[in-house]
Structures are given as structure tokens and as C-alpha cells.
Design a protein around this ligand. Sequence first.
Ligand SMILES: Nc1ncnc2c1ncn2[C@@H]1O[C@H](COP(=O)(O)OP(=O)(O)OP(=O)(O)O)[C@@H](O)[C@H]1O
Ligand SMILES: O=P(O)(O)O[C@H]1[C@H](OP(=O)(O)O)[C@@H](OP(=O)(O)O)[C@@H](O)[C@@H](O)[C@@H]1OP(=O)(O)O
Ligand SMILES: [Mg+2]
Ligand SMILES: [Mg+2]
Length: 348
Amino acid sequence: MRLNGEIEEDEEEEKVAKSLNSQTYSTGIGFPQLQSQNLVVGYALTSKKKKSFLQPKLIRLAWNKGIFFVAIDLKRPLSDQGPFDVVLHKLSGKDWCNIIEDYRQKHPEVTVLDPPDAIEHLHNRQSMLQDVADLNLSDCHGKVGVPRQLVISKDPSSIPHEVNKAGLQLPLVVKPLVVDGSAKSHELFLAYDQFSLAELEPPLVLQEFVNHGGILFKVYIVGEIIKVVRRFSLPNFSKHELEKVAGVFRFPRVSSASASADDADLEPSVAEHPPLLLLEKLARELRRRLGLRLFNIDIIREHGTRDVFYVIDINYFPGYGKMPDYEHIFTDFLLSFVQSKHKKRPTA
Ligand SMILES: Nc1ncnc2c1ncn2[C@@H]1O[C@H](COP(=O)(O)OP(=O)(O)OP(=O)(O)O)[C@@H](O)[C@H]1O
Ligand SMILES: O=P(O)(O)O[C@H]1[C@H](OP(=O)(O)O)[C@@H](OP(=O)(O)O)[C@@H](O)[C@@H](O)[C@@H]1OP(=O)(O)O
Ligand SMILES: [Mg+2]
Ligand SMILES: [Mg+2]
């Protein structure tokens, strides 16, 4: 069977994998001292993800803490591998979803990060923001909503009429409805008039552009932990610009660049992080409603306000390698499963 995403095992991992699979927990040279408090993490990641996430500093620290990463062999049945305490995965495709769901049912003692149906919820730009909209979060720390948006499933010729009917304000950010990890699903456009939109290929989401001073906050969530970083984003547009410009323009993945805006010289009203209490509440609610432990939230502050925020994107298992201190945060998170391991696995 062919699955999307390739996995490579390096020599060290292969040795550990063999040792684990044969269940002879060897302690010879080059092998970890496997003890009951150790944790075996099977992973199924694209080679891009493996490179950005499984950095030597993470593997080293994990090893010192008794956490061992073992590549899952996609050519062999998952149940024949391991035993794993935790399975980390980010691969696309229905086949993988079925495999991991089946494994979850048969191995309730293994923590699968995260359930495939919960991840699937984030693969659609409409359903991904629905929980934020339902939350209607507005308390003394600020207000969090989602930009007004419209889904165009087919027939691009109906777009100008649909946009007028929904009363959406220009410009609009045009996003592919489905996010499947492909470069195409991250191809975004800015539309200055509704007529040029008819050139684009549905299914699409048309989202109102919110001026936010060119700065975006990426809120990384790892279980209970929250880490916020500043990134550069699209600049504000002016009414004047809107009168002058027409058409649809593709724009690059500006906020995904590893260049952080954390040290940039910014206006304090733009640079100030959203209140931590607000983010904690948002993260707690989303963790519960989405049923996910590994995700990030892209959040912007409406320009000219102090406390009006919009969530524009949620990503499953994002680029944690770009998160400061990720190796400590992630290993501590994984260690929290050592205790549940003892509760779940009855001793012989
Ligand atoms: N409604 C909006 N208002 C203003 N800027 C926006 C809006 N939506 C998106 N952007 C800008 O476009 C960028 C990409 O949008 P978005 O995050 O939705 O796309 P993505 O392809 O899912 O990105 P990622 O790489 O984070 O997965 C944002 O980071 C932000 O800079
Ligand atoms: O490319 P990076 O490692 O940085 O991570 C990006 C990740 O790509 P990868 O999972 O293939 O690695 C993207 O996933 P897909 O939507 O394409 O599945 C998405 O989550 C981005 O938001 C991440 O960037 P960040 O939000 O953290 O800046
Ligand atoms: Mg984004
Ligand atoms: Mg995204």
C-alpha cells in the first residue's frame, strides 16, 4: 500500500526499533537503558516534518530523559510494531486515517496524538473556525471572533452576486477551502473587487481582510502549554488603495517564514501580545472542543483597537521546530504520558 509522505529510518532508530520489536530490551552499547519509566514514541511524519521537528537537540534531550523516538514503518502493519506508549503522526490521506483509527481502537493503552477525525476537522477552513465562532469569547480580557467569511463550493460565476448578498467588505482574502498539506492549499489571494474572483477555482473561502498592523501572533499549543510568537504579516490597506486597485493578487506565505518579529522595532500598540488570560481561555476551550493537543492558532488584533482579536487559521501539528524552547516543552509534555502509561498497562 502507498501512503502519502515518506519515512526514512536512520541507523540508530533502526537499531532501537529492532530491539523494541523483538521485545528483547537490550542494554548493550549504543542502546538506551530501557526501564519502566522510559517512553517509546512511534512517529509517522512526512520527511519535511521529520527534518523540522526531529532536530538533534530534541532527540538528544529526549534520550537523556528516557524518551525514544522510533520511526513507524509504513510498509508493515502498525500493530506488529512497537510496543509504543505514544504515537505521533502527521500524514495526509484516507488510508493513513483508517490505519491510525483502527490502531486506536485496538490499542487503547497507546496515546495517539491526535485522533484522526479531530485532525480532519482542521482540514476544512470553514469547520476549523466554527468552534471559535461558537465560543463567542468576550470577557474582560478582550474579544475573540473570526472574520466574516463565505464558502464558494462551485460555480465561480455566482461569486459577485454571493459577495454582494452576504454584504462582505472588500478586500477579501481568498483561501482554498481544503487544507491537505499541499503547497496548493496554502496558495492565497487578495481580491480587491468581486468580479475578478470569478477567475478563481472553487471550493474556496472568501474572508474579509482585517487590518492588523502587519503583525500576527502564532499561539502554539502543546497539551496544557501555550507559547506565543510574533510574526510579520500583510500590511494594512487604505480606502485610497481600494479605490485605485482592482483584480486578484497572489501573495506569499509571509507569516510562515521562520523570521520572527519578536525583536523588531514595532509600535507598542501593535506589538503587545494578546492578554495571556484571554489566550489561556481560548486555548483551553479549543483543546476541549477540538479534541486536539497539538496545534497552533493564528490570531490578529484589529488595528486601532487594544482588545479585539480575530482567529484566522488553526493548524494541526505545526512547525514546532520554530517555537523557542520547543525541545524542553515537548519532552516535558511527552513525559506526562509516563504516568498514564503505568495506569493504563497492567503489570504482568
Ligand atoms: N482575514 C485576514 N485578514 C488579514 N490577513 C489575513 C487574513 N487571513 C489571512 N491573512 C494573512 O495571510 C496569511 C496566511 O493566511 P492563513 O494563515 O489563513 O493561511 P495558511 O496557508 O493556512 O497559513 P499557514 O502557513 O499558517 O498554515 C496569514 O498569516 C496572514 O498574514
Ligand atoms: O513548515 P513548518 O514546519 O514551519 O510548519 C508549517 C506546517 O507545515 P508542515 O507540517 O508540512 O511542516 C503547515 O502544515 P500544513 O498545513 O501544510 O499541513 C502549517 O501547520 C503551518 O502553519 C506550519 O508553519 P507555522 O504555522 O508553524 O509557522
Ligand atoms: Mg496561518
Ligand atoms: Mg494554516
